[in-house]
Design a protein around this ligand. Structure first.
Ligand code: PGA
Length: 255
């Protein structure tokens, strides 16, 4: 079975004492019950070393950064590089979150370069894609998201593609309380899998976990995760509540 993953995205939230308290609480609530179930915690840069040391020995938990620069080093004041993150022991990284695309003008070409540098330094990218409301309303969401994949991922050789996680996050569902229905999520995930299959073959496409993101909560995770192509969730707001996130972890497929 594909890995089933509950990924937390803290975004730009919490002070250090709050982050420490939430980490401790999450360690207590985020219990997995099978080896294919995994937890990823994506947090602000300053808290990464703390998270790495607090979660040491918890093999079901991985720590992720939320971004990196596309160059390995140099005169880029204020930026953080993939080799820096790898040297901390970070294993995963979010790439292409819609907030990065929208507020920091990250386009498909830049995201392809970020994917390359992340993979080169042994980080597993969680590649985020998803359409805005106007595209969903126009009914062109399948083509829109397929293009995001093609433009940022399909230069990769199949063995590198195989190391990715994908998160489908319709922008109209992020932080809005308006979740895609489980049917809408399943339809898009199955569509993405067939786009990947056409490019890299059915076997490879079948191995890539595709997470759903956008107002996932303890109360809706079970229904979303019950769909065959929904391999867990990327969770913003609800990941700041350890009890609710624990329910989301508990909703991951058992087998
Ligand atoms: P949300 O955010 O769960 O608060 O909608 C999801 C995300 O942006 O990854």
């Amino acid at each position: 079975m594909r890995p089933q993953i509950a990924a937390a995205n803290w975004k730009m939230n919490l002070t250090l004492p709050q982050a420490e308290a939430l980490l401790d609480a999450l360690l207590a609530t985020s219990r997995t019950t099978a080896p294919h179930q995994q937890v990823i915690l994506a947090m602000p840069f300053p808290y990464l070393p703390l998270a790495i040391s607090r979660t040491a020995g918890q093999s079901h938990i991985s720590i992720a950064a939320q971004n990196c620069h596309h160059k390995p080093s140099g005169a880029y004041t204020g930026e953080v590089s993939a080799p820096m993150l790898a040297s901390l022991g970070i294993t995963h990284i979010l790439i292409g979150h819609s907030e990065r695309r929208e507020y920091f003008l990250e386009d498909d070409v830049l995201l392809a370069a970020k994917l390359d540098i992340a993979l080169e330094h042994g980080l597993t990218p969680v590649f985020c894609c998803g359409e805005p409301l106007r595209v969903r309303e126009a009914g062109t969401h399948d083509a829109f998201v397929a293009t995001q994949l093609r433009n940022s991922l399909f230069h990769l050789p199949p063995e590198r593609l195989a190391g990715l996680l994908i998160a489908y996050e319709p922008i109209w569902a992020i932080g809005t309380g308006r979740t895609a229905t489980a049917e809408q999520a399943q339809e898009m995930h199955a569509g993405l899998r067939s786009v990947i299959a056409r490019h890299a073959g059915d076997t490879l496409a079948a191995t890539i976990p595709i997470l759903y993101g956008g107002s996932v909560k303890g109360s809706n995770a079970g229904e979303l995760f019950s769909k065959p192509d929904v391999d867990g969730g990327l969770v913003g707001g609800a990941s700041l509540d350890a009890v609710d996130f624990g329910r989301i972890v508990g909703a991951l497929k058992q087998a």
